[in-house]
Design a protein around this ligand. Sequence first.
Ligand SMILES: [Zn+2]
Ligand SMILES: [Zn+2]
Length: 387
Amino acid sequence: MKMKAAVMTEVGKPLQIQTVDLANPKAHEVVVQIKATGVCHSDLNALYDTTTPVPTILGHEGAGVVVEVGKHVTNVRVGDRVALSWMPYCGICEFCITGAVHLCESAFKPMFDGTLLDGTSRLSKDGQRIYHYSLLSTFAEYAVVPEMSCIKLPENMPFAQASLIGCGVATGYGAAVNAAKVTPGSTVAVFGIGGVGINAIQGARIAGASKIIACDVKEANLEIAKQFGATHTIHIGEEDGEEALKSLTDGYGVHYAIDCSGHTNATETAWKGTRRGGTVVTVSAFHPSKTLKLPANGFHRMGKILKGSFYGDVQPHRDFQIISKLYLDGKFMLDELILNRITLDHINEAFTRFEDCNCTNVGRSVIEFHSDPAKNQDETLTSGQAI
Ligand SMILES: [Zn+2]
Ligand SMILES: [Zn+2]
């Protein structure tokens, strides 16, 4: 099948809109017609990452309709409306059988190799292999993805909103609900109000936290945090984070702190601003050279917990459904996360937007697809400015 896609041909260069080939799905694979895909900061990171195999088609949060299934697919059927997860899981490995499907062994190697689960690619152009990205490659009209990446959604779930669930939404929501296990009436601090942190605030709100304290260095992010459920804010850099957290919690510190900032000093402040018996969750993907400096007495007599969380500890087939239902019930804000809706031709503008330091880190550009594949034209335009 021929399809239009935004192809990363070189590290750091604008994506090229090209017509590429998509091969048939193999066993346990599904062809999804992409209806909407969010542009995530991780896509920008991949564009500048010299270890990203090229050419590749980026994009790892999307939603669409199943149009074809490979052999032995039982999870979804043609016509199903699905959101995509970049963490397919096998269900039988050491991690899956203990419930930690987000740590499944099967996805990591293909994710970094730029292939599907069997180590090969379904993407090419003029016979040359194109790599997959995060087993999805949603910056294209269609994608061949693992069956277990497809999560069936309610029929009335809109595609643009659904496309956001599979990355920052699930990670933030899950950090609060699954990893921290925020309880009703508790106090929660969220460090780093971006695409993940804003949804950690939503998760804490849904879990019934009595105080949700947003902590960030940008005033604009703090203002947005209030719209999503933050009851208090701390402007890091202008206020001492530890003191401010304690003053908001009768001197004790918060029950839960969730660090989504990417900065080790924020994790350290979160730890110091958390009470005895409290839990600090960090979702930050720190560089391997980074180390944390924490007062060692926090563990024994203070009984605190420091916990890492990957992909919000989500169980996609459970949690994507829950988030969709919460959205449809008016309890989870997804409309407000969509900053603008663009076509694939304008994808480079969405990337450029990330580098505009005047904008906040919250929210997404969402690419929507309306084109008929029969009308594809091979074009190599790059409508955005050079990145
Ligand atoms: Zn992402
Ligand atoms: Zn597994």
